[in-house]
Design a protein around this ligand. Sequence first.
Ligand SMILES: [Zn+2]
Length: 264
Amino acid sequence: MIITLAISLAFGTLIGSFLNVCIYRIPKHENITTTRSHCMSCGNVIKWYDLVPILSYILLRGKCRFCKAKLSIQYPIIELLNGLLYCLIAAVAGINVQSVLIMALSSVLIVIAVIDWRTYEIPFGLNVFILVLGILRTIFDALNIYEGLVIGEVSAVSSLTVSDHIIGGLCVSGFLLILFFATKGRGIGGGDIKLMAAAGLFLGWKNCILAFVLGCTFGSVIHLIRMRVSKQDHVLAFGPYLAAGIFIASLWGDRIVNAYLSTF
Ligand SMILES: [Zn+2]
């Protein structure tokens, strides 16, 4: 178990450093794979030994090796966050096809959350990536390929029927689409609707509704607090809250929904 968690943490932080690249380059429409990582101030290409997640940041004391410009604290935070999420997923769901899909989903959600927070837009390509994960999970669930592919604990994530997945893709996004037209596009962003369609396909309809309810709850509570604290009218970026709801629903959704239904 310790080894599984250590590998998940290491792998998660490595992917996390790639997520930083995505977060900076996607909104600028820069290529995320061919250009080598460079300092934002002096432009020097960063040496491979300075690209070790978290450790390099600490060893360099948060400064560029060449020009000593301050490096954003966001780099190690994203790396650590992604590493910890992978650990959490491995601990809750084991290492298997489903948990690897959830890891991929959570990484895209981090990128979406940060970019939406900053730019109020969710890049189309990221929603397409989640859609691909949703299609994969629907196919895997339909073929029930999980048997024999489980390493460690058996996943707590249950397999769904194809119609569960398809209704998941349509239920919340359909509701939001009506809201979109009813409010002439002011009530909700197009990116949020596409996100709920793609994530809904992945989650199935029960967990999709849960994800949306959680997202709305987080969004309204945190938005109210921010408006109180800073006394100004913030524009609400819905993406980060939806992302948090989707993550929780992907990992604990079945348990939460079952616990809720058993109270009746
Ligand atoms: Zn520099």
